[in-house]
Design a protein. Structure first.
Length: 115
């Protein structure tokens, strides 16, 4: 696994830190999730998506269903990217974004991190 890029955006005081990795296995994605969880102990959520040659996965990581993992996955899919994973660490800023605001923020972070 190799870190390709990282980008940070802010929306209504919430920070979204996107990480873009090259991966080859599901296990690498799981390991990266655990590393990011330890590194960002105070983060509320770490949604992600990845696409490999023969499988794909996404997780909202306790965000409202469909607001985070799916938009991240769609960015990878639309750009026809394989063997890559995007994780977006979210630090809650105290102001709720609503479902559409979350979806936009996660999609934007995912799109910006791809180099």
């Amino acid at each position: 696994m190799k870190l390709l890029n990282t980008v940070e955006i802010e929306r209504k005081k919430s920070k979204f830190i996107a990480y873009y990795y090259e991966i080859t296995t599901k296990q690498e994605a799981k390991d990266l999730y655990e590393v990011l969880k330890k590194e960002h102990k105070k983060a509320r959520h770490i949604p992600y998506a990845y696409i490999l040659e023969n499988t794909a996965s996404k997780s909202d990581d306790k965000e409202p269903s469909g607001t985070s993992g799916m938009p991240i996955y769609q960015v990878l899919e639309q750009k026809n990217i394989q063997n890559r994973a995007i994780f977006v660490v979210r630090y809650f800023g105290g102001i709720k974004l609503g479902a559409s605001g979350l979806t936009r923020a996660y999609r934007e972070a995912a799109a910006k991190v791809i180099v």
